[in-house]
Design a protein around this ligand. Structure first.
Ligand SMILES: [Fe+2]
Ligand SMILES: [Fe+2]
Length: 190
């Protein structure tokens, strides 16, 4: 199956696309639960995520916790930052500010043209001109790296920033513990 290197496949894209069209955020109770798991800085980042992305993040975190309990990860006590890592793995998408249709375009561009070429369209925010659509597309396809940098700046624990950076890489390139990464990946449904 054709994939942009480490960045989704067409069936995965279709599932996420239809999910993202549901214009509702997480339930208030879920949102409260998620917020209690995050530091003040992380909370600020989480609050900038779209409603659909927050809903996805909370679903991932709940599934990851259930899987960890089922498999007795760490003898029953979760590794430091486990829940926050699930909640914030896609936080880098805040830099792209792309809607559902543009995200499909971005993923297809990465699949068809190759991720490296799309990454080269990147321009940082805060330049003399507003960022182009190409630059935002580029930010979207590298939301893993951008998220890791944002979380490092926010002073998150190592697992949180490392998983944001690793979550689209093949397992052999992960910097996080394999068992932990496998659970987080499974919960993400990629
Ligand atoms: Fe992602
Ligand atoms: Fe995700």
């Amino acid at each position: 199956m054709r994939r942009a290197q480490g960045f989704g496949s067409v069936p995965h894209l279709a599932i996420r696309f239809f999910g993202s069209l549901v214009p509702v955020g997480p339930k208030a109770e879920s949102e409260r639960w998620a917020r209690a798991e995050l530091s003040e800085e992380e909370l600020r980042l989480f609050g900038r995520m779209s409603a659909a992305d927050r809903r996805h993040a909370i679903g991932v975190a709940r599934r990851a916790i259930a899987l960890a309990a089922e498999r007795r990860l760490g003898g029953g006590s979760l590794p430091e930052g486990f829940t926050a890592a699930a909640l914030l793995h896609d936080v880098g998408k805040i830099e792209s500010r792309l809607g559902s249709f543009s995200r499909v375009y971005a993923t297809l561009a990465a699949i068809v043209l190759g991720r490296r070429r799309v990454v080269a369209w990147y321009e940082p925010e805060g330049g003399p001109t507003p960022r182009s659509f190409a630059a935002r597309t580029s930010a979207y396809v590298q939301h893993d790296r951008i998220g890791a940098a944002l979380l490092e700046q926010a002073g998150s624990s190592r697992l949180v920033s490392a998983w944001a950076g690793d979550h689209h890489l093949p397992e052999e390139r992960w910097s996080v513990d394999r068992e932990v990464g496998r659970l987080l990946k499974l919960a993400d449904g990629d």
